[in-house]
Design a protein around this ligand. Structure first.
Ligand code: BGC
Length: 758
């Protein structure tokens, strides 16, 4: 419907109808206005499957939803680093929505993994904003290709479940831009999600729902978002202020209470009716965009989507460790141990919980086909060793050629709504793994978990497969990887630290009361571990393959660029092994010298390519200003400092194989503001400034120790370094105390002259 037509409709709506349009009619629908032909529009969770509730609605996944297909969760899909595949998955979700009459699927969820403890990490993508944003963008592209909307969530700085509805995320400006906003930015700008869901929490003291700065100034004015913003379920705090800030749709519904507030505010003049009209217009745009592009023919075949879920899962499973054990050479006389071999944990709890139409376990795949004995090994409803189960498992492992233990986190350990308090797996599972390795040297562990765990047994097993929460088809995908039908190609989108205490947010993660300060700043994930030169269990970007890749012939198209130009980086990748495989080529940028504190390196692009044995492909990346920039709080913009940057090509963040250096010249000069506190050292950096300031230094003496007097006893006590430092760090106002012949007014005059320099 054209803008004019929508405006025409709005002009026919009563004030009450417009107010009502700004909140849900019920848990999942927008309001209809029958007399004007405005239909109700349905939204549903999201993000990795369709949780459409036909009957009783809830936002915690409690009541039944329709049978659907559970694709791999966010933690897993990000590990695929495969944009095309995720677009395909998005298109399947979009098609399901068309067939089910759902206008917007509530996802993707891109919040940064600040800590391994966040209960919703399984739904989120990465500790790195580029990976989060690119993964989200790929999914959005797919869903929206079917004329169904997405709702990128939860905007913003919603990185924990503890006190999620009231906590106040205190994030400094640079960190917000470089890490937390950046996770949304690329996806919003490039893929234009139809809607955005704001989060529950406060951001620097102001509720997300009420935050004009982020909902309007950043999202709409800077990034050009033109859809509607909806609240997370129950995130509205003050309906009228929220509306003014840019929150269009309240979900689910306030049963009319907030509609009355809106009407009252317009009548009293506290709310401009045009602001209300604008919110209604944004909502109706999307309502009609869906209505007018309904695919009435759409049907979905759950079995077909299950097969796609399996293909996606195959690319999301990370081979973490392999000491010549995988792929399993033979299907004979093996032991599959652990409850999750029979009943995999393949999704997390809460609003994303899918009522799976079928679930394939590893045992479903191998039973009757291969000679594999199964032992349950542990219970996952309580964390206590069941001696009988343990004994059976040990017996099964003892007589087998190899044991594969399917372990991980039970539902009770991680879910929406609460955070973990530690990073351990259940003690009974750790004990099982230890005991199996005592009797079986050929042990592989397959993990089903949504977030990193500590692995005290990592050195004792020969293989570790991170299956994450890979959806309802996980069993087939895991078996394909175990037996070598599929060559693993996923990489970790997050660091697995050795222990929780190593994590940068450890000291302040839960905050104090409602106040959560993001004290680690920009040093999230590998940005921190690299800077601290810390050992980690498995680094960001790590993931093994059954083949080998060699990188060569790295080239950059220019040695020097201006920050307004782009740089093309190319590299050849060859499959030097015997199996076809896929590789994730990672490009990091490192600022070699900087006046601001920066991470050692940051991921700036990646590509996934497929190579037959012996095949070589040339991979090209284009880097623009943002690849070299940091966010300057002085100019409130992205800024590149002139100088050298290393372009690093890696197989992981800790396995950099090639490097080239480029010089980037900044076209923006951040003006230096002189004050009476500016140090002499800083003044000396600018020759013209120094010429002006020199006279005030000439008379400076430090007591008896005149820097020029080499014979004085006090001067002898002062080393050259000390004198140099005293001078370098002396503020411009210093000569008033140490020189004697200058007044503060003289200094201020000098400061004014310095600031007037062109
Ligand atoms: C969750 C959202 C979800 C919504 C609707 C909220 O509790 O935070 O992610 O989309 O419920 O179920």
């Amino acid at each position: 419907m054209t803008r004019e037509k929508i405006r025409e409709l709005i002009s026919q709506m009563t004030l009450e109808e417009k107010a009502a349009m700004c909140s849900g009619a019920d848990f999942w629908h927008t309001e209809a206005v029958a007399r004007l032909g405005i239909p109700a529009s349905m939204v549903s969770d999201g993000p990795h499957g369709l949780r459409k509730q036909d009957l009783e609605g809830d936002h915690l996944g409690v009541n039944e939803s329709i049978k659907a297909v559970c694709f791999p969760a966010g933690c897993a899909t990000a590990a695929s680093f495969n944009r095309e595949l995720l677009t395909e998955m998005g298109a399947a979700l979009g098609n399901e929505c068309q067939a089910e009459g759902v206008s917007v699927i509530l996802g993707p969820a891109v919040n940064i993994k600040r800590s391994p403890l966040c209960g919703r990490n399984f739904e989120y993508y990465s500790e790195d904003p580029l990976v989060a944003s690119e993964t989200a963008g790929a999914l959005i592209k797919g869903v929206q290709s079917k004329n169904v909307g997405t709702s990128i969530k939860h905007f913003l700085a919603n990185n924990q479940e503890t006190r999620r509805m009231s906590c106040d995320s205190r994030v400094d400006e640079r960190t917000m831009r470089e890490i937390y906003l950046a996770a949304f930015e690329g996806a919003v700008k490039k893929q234009k999600p139809w809607t955005v869901m704001c989060s529950y929490n406060k951001i620097n003291g102001v509720y997300a729902a009420e935050n004009h700065k982020y909902l309007t100034e950043v999202l709409r004015d800077e990034w050009g978002f033109d859809g509607y913003v909806m609240s997370d379920w129950g995130a509205v705090n003050n309906r009228v202020e929220d509306l003014k800030a840019g929150l269009d749709l309240e979900m689910p519904t306030s049963h009319g209470v907030n509609d009355k507030l809106i009407v009252g505010a317009v009548q009293s003049g506290n709310l401009d009716e045009s602001d209300l009209d604008e919110a209604v217009e944004r909502i109706l745009n999307i309502v009609f965009r869906f209505e007018e592009n309904r695919d009435k023919e759409a049907v979905w075949d759950k079995d077909e989507d299950h097969e796609l879920a399996r293909r996606v899962a195959e690319e999301t499973i990370v081979l973490l460790k392999n000491e010549d054990i995988l792929p399993l050479q033979d299907t004979d006389n093996l032991a599959f141990i652990g409850k999750y071999a029979m009943e995999p944990r393949y999704q997390g709890g809460g609003s994303s919980h899918i009522n799976s139409h079928k679930i394939t376990s590893a045992m479903d795949i191998v039973s009757g086909r291969y000679n594999i004995v199964y032992a349950q090994g542990y219970r996952d409803d309580i964390d206590e060793t069941d001696e009988k189960l343990l004994k059976e498992a040990i017996e099964a492992a003892k007589t087998a050629k190899a044991a594969v233990i399917f372990a991980g986190l039970p539902d009770a350990f991680e879910s929406e709504g609460f955070d973990r308090t530690h990073m351990s797996m259940p003690a009974c599972q750790n004990e099982l793994i230890e005991k199996i390795t005592e009797v079986q040297p050929n042990t592989v562990v397959v993990l089903h978990n949504g977030s990193p765990v500590e692995m005290p047994w990592a050195d004792k097993v020969k293989g570790i497969v991170e299956a994450y929460l890979s959806g309802q088809a996980v069993g087939g995908a895991v078996c394909d990887i175990l037996f070598g039908k599929v060559n693993p190609s996923a990489k970790l989108p997050e660091t697995f630290p050795i222990k929780l205490e190593d994590n940068p947010s450890y000291l302040s993660y839960f905050g104090e009361g409602d106040m959560v300060e993001y004290r680690e700043g920009i040093f999230v994930g590998y940005r921190y571990y690299d800077k601290k030169k810390m050992d980690v269990l498995f680094p960001f970007g790590h993931g093994l393959s059954y083949t080998t890749f060699e990188y060569s012939n790295m080239q950059i198209d220019k040695e020097c660029i201006k920050d307004t130009e782009t740089l093309t980086v190319t590299v050849d990748v060859t499959n030097t092994g015997k199996k076809a495989g896929k590789e994730v080529v990672q490009l990091y940028v490192a600022d070699k010298e900087s006046t601001v504190i920066r991470p050692v390196k940051e991921l700036r692009n990646f590509a996934k390519i497929e190579l037959a044995p012996g095949e070589t492909k040339n991979v090209a990346f284009t880097l623009d200003k943002r690849a070299f920039a940091y966010y300057s709080v002085k100019i409130h913009d992205w800024h590149v400092e002139s100088g050298e940057f290393d372009i690093l090509i890696g197989k992981s963040s800790r396995d950099i194989v090639l490097c080239k250096t480029v010089t980037v010249e900044s076209t923006v000069k951040i003006p230096f503001v002189y004050t009476t506190d500016t140090t002499i050292g800083d003044v000396m950096k600018d020759q013209r400034a120094w010429e002006l300031a020199k006279p005030i230094i000439s008379g400076v003496t430090f007591g008896d120790a005149n820097p020029g007097d080499e014979n004085g006893s006090a001067a002898e006590a002062m080393s050259d370094e000390m004198v140099k430092a005293m001078m370098e760090y002396l503020p411009l106002r210093g000569p008033v105390s140490f020189g004697g012949s200058f007044s503060m007014a003289d200094i201020q005059k000098l400061v004014d002259q310095l600031n007037a320099l062109e």
